[in-house]
Design a protein around this ligand. Structure first.
Ligand code: 13P
Length: 248
């Protein structure tokens, strides 16, 4: 199975900047065999949809409202699909911390996304305090269990779990390959205990947090890890291409 490579542009790039990025990126991307997903800002979804038409590259939204309609400033699953997304990121730590999204609301967002036919990139990860008090695995377990509560096992096909230690995001710090391997194993165990051993084996898991071309070799060959989620280093198409090349 080809590795999953996800770019999260976060709150970066106007429509024109996304267009320029894709013109440059697509002229050199031909032929690579990564399972590529680009999470662009809402305002860039339509241009990404237009430019990626007919290509084997998926588009993701970066958030979804837990409800179908009704709230100022929110975006619905139907709107995301209409604008070209087939994935959506849910539970990113930036949203958990700044916008106070808890596991309950994350669970609702996941269900709403799935109902609208979107696949979900579910972000989980321990805080620095969790890490320092040896609570990484406890924290991952509760985030995953609460986020996936009430889902049918067959819905897990449409979920990618992104292991993103909060302290590694945008900090230049990364966990050791051994620590990522251990986190991946425990994520699989939680899914296996809550659903089935087959589900635990099959759930797709990626790592994210301060990935760059210099440290990518650390994450390209970890047992049980299906890919990566790249923030800052995806914003420059040339740098992102170097990372993709190291994964495929
Ligand atoms: P950085 O790669 O900038 O650390 O961001 C990771 C991230 O949050 C991706 O969702």
């Amino acid at each position: 199975m080809s590795k999953i490579v996800i770019a999260n542009f976060k709150m970066n790039k106007t429509e024109q900047e996304t267009k320029d990025y894709l013109i440059n990126f697509l002229s050199r991307y031909e032929g690579y065999k990564a399972n590529l997903i680009l999470a662009v800002p809402f305002t860039s979804l339509p241009i990404a949809k237009f430019m990626l038409h007919g290509r084997d590259i998926s588009i993701a939204g970066q958030n979804i409202c837990e409800d179908e309609k009704g709230y100022t400033g929110e975006i619905s699953g139907q709107m995301l699909v209409d604008a070209g997304a087939s994935y959506v990121i849910v539970g990113h730590s930036e949203r958990r911390v700044k916008f106070k999204e808890d596991n309950k609301v994350i669970n609702k967002k996941i269900k709403n996304g799935l109902k609208n036919g979107l696949s979900i990139i579910l972000c989980v990860g321990e805080s620095l305090a969790d890490k320092n008090t040896m609570k990484t695995l406890v924290s991952l377990k509760s985030q995953i269990e609460e986020a996936l509560k009430g889902l049918y096992e067959n819905e897990l096909e449409n979920i990618v779990i992104a292991y993103e230690p909060v302290w590694a995001i945008g900090s230049g710090k990364t966990p050791s390959s051994k620590d990522v391997e251990m986190a991946v194993k425990s994520i699989r165990k939680v899914v296996s205990d809550d659903f089935s051993s087959k589900a635990g084996e099959q759930i797709r898991i990626v790592y994210g947090g301060s990935i760059n071309p210099k440290n990518i070799s650390k994450f390209s060959n970890i047992d049980g890890l299906n890919g990566i989620l790249v923030g800052t280093a995806s914003l420059d198409g040339n740098i992102f291409m170097q990372i993709i090349n190291s994964m495929t």
